[in-house]
Design a binder for this molecule. Structure first.
Ligand SMILES: NC(=O)c1ccc[n+]([C@@H]2O[C@H](COP(=O)([O-])OP(=O)(O)OC[C@H]3O[C@@H](n4cnc5c(N)ncnc54)[C@H](O)[C@@H]3O)[C@@H](O)[C@H]2O)c1
Length: 341
């Protein structure tokens, strides 16, 4: 193919923009940069860019079959994230579109954040700060709990989960874990032991989700699994919102069954993060219902919600963009790339 390849960057903030400029990707490819989600680009502009061969995306764009149908020449989707559940993988497989993610850029970054959320909850840091800013000092409401000696259940011990397990071990926690592919090194180092999921649910004071969202584990945290947990359990989710049924979690927190939750991700989080109200009108009734419970969760004092920012340290962003650009450069040069499909 003659001439430059065309690459679209969507969900691209100012950081991404200046990084691309500094690293001269424009010399290799015609780059079209959309600050918004690809779903929100107008039909006219979409048509102009529809001959793109490469899409670089973050998690906000929903690369559904319908949207991807517009890109007849598409060869590569390179995500600027580890997760790629916003991409219709079945469709890509059928059309021979490669999908490459950024693996292992941020185990330290994301695990540190998860510990931050955990401490925020267990020591009521955000709650106490919020009250103080409003002139309320009631220290008897701010009593927390130590992490030392508590049992932490880690669901998924890949890059993030393994590092999170190590950090919790350093706090003096008893770490138990579940993963279809256990990490023998963690066991050998005495960091954690692997248990069946039922035991993890029953024994943990803290449950931390660090696994991908798949069709099999949609709303894995629900009324039934919460029922198997200890009273007062604390739940941390930095992984994917689809892992938790927000309605069931809300009701369990209101009833006192769940003691607190740290949620960096939410099912249908785009309504909150991207003010994606249009989709509410066009989408299924679950969309509206879970969005309502997300909004209710936001108001609870023992819930900390953040807008999908666990990855968001300057160190990690450099690693993500370096990796994304390297993948695109290698792909254009015909060099082998590591991809999911
Ligand atoms: N909030 C953020 O900013 C942010 C940033 C990075 C990663 N993430 C998310 O965090 C999660 C973990 O990222 P990672 O880099 O450690 O991924 P990873 O691929 O290195 O590890 C995932 C682990 O989960 C395990 N797993 C898969 N299904 C499981 C199941 N049903 N139960 C238990 N374990 C299961 C896998 O075997 C693997 O060991 C992913 O969902 C990723 O999308 C979020």
């Amino acid at each position: 193919m003659g001439g430059k390849r065309m690459a679209i960057f969507c969900d691209a903030d100012a950081n991404t923009w200046s990084y691309l400029e500094r690293h001269g990707l424009g010399e290799l490819a015609d780059c079209v940069i959309f600050p918004e989600r690809l779903n929100d680009v107008s039909d006219e502009i979409l048509q102009h860019s529809s001959h793109a061969e490469i899409i670089s995306t973050f998690v906000y764009s929903n690369l559904s079959a319908d949207l991807l149908e517009n890109f007849k020449n598409l060869e590569l989707i390179a995500t600027r994230s580890t997760g790629y559940n916003n991409v219709d993988m079945e469709y890509c497989r059928a059309r021979g579109i490669r999908v490459a993610n950024v693996a292992g850029y941020g185990e330290v970054t994301v695990a540190e954040y998860a510990v931050g959320m955990l401490l925020n909850l267990t020591r009521k840091i955000g709650f106490s700060n919020y009250k103080l800013r409003n002139g309320i000092v009631k220290v008897n409401e701010d009593t927390g709990m130590d992490l030392f000696g508590k049992t932490v259940g880690v669901v998924g011990t890949g890059a993030v989960g393994s590092y999170f397990a190590k950090l919790c071990h350093a706090f003096g926690c008893n770490v138990i874990a579940t993963d279809p592919f256990p990490n023998g090194k963690l066991v050998d180092a005495g960091i954690c032991k692997y248990v069946a999921i039922g035991d993890l649910l029953a024994e943990s004071d803290v449950i931390a989700l660090n696994c991908p969202a798949t069709a099999d584990n949609y709303h894995f945290i629900n009324r039934d699994t919460i029922g198997q947990m200890k009273d007062g359990v604390c739940i941390i989710n930095i992984a994917r919102g689809e892992l938790i049924n927000s309605m069931d979690l809300y009701e369990a927190i209101i009833s006192g069954k769940v003691g607190g939750a740290g949620l960096d991700v939410l099912d249908y989080e785009n309504v909150i993060i991207k003010n994606d109200i249009e989709s509410v009108k066009n989408s299924d009734k679950n969309f509206a219902m879970y969005s309502l419970f997300n909004a209710k969760l936001l108001q609870l004092p023992n819930v900390v919600v953040t807008p999908h920012i666990a990855f968001n340290s300057s160190d990690a962003i450099s690693r993500i963009l370096d990796s994304n650009i390297r993948i695109i450069r290698d792909f254009i040069a015909g060099r082998p790339i590591q991809s999911v499909i």
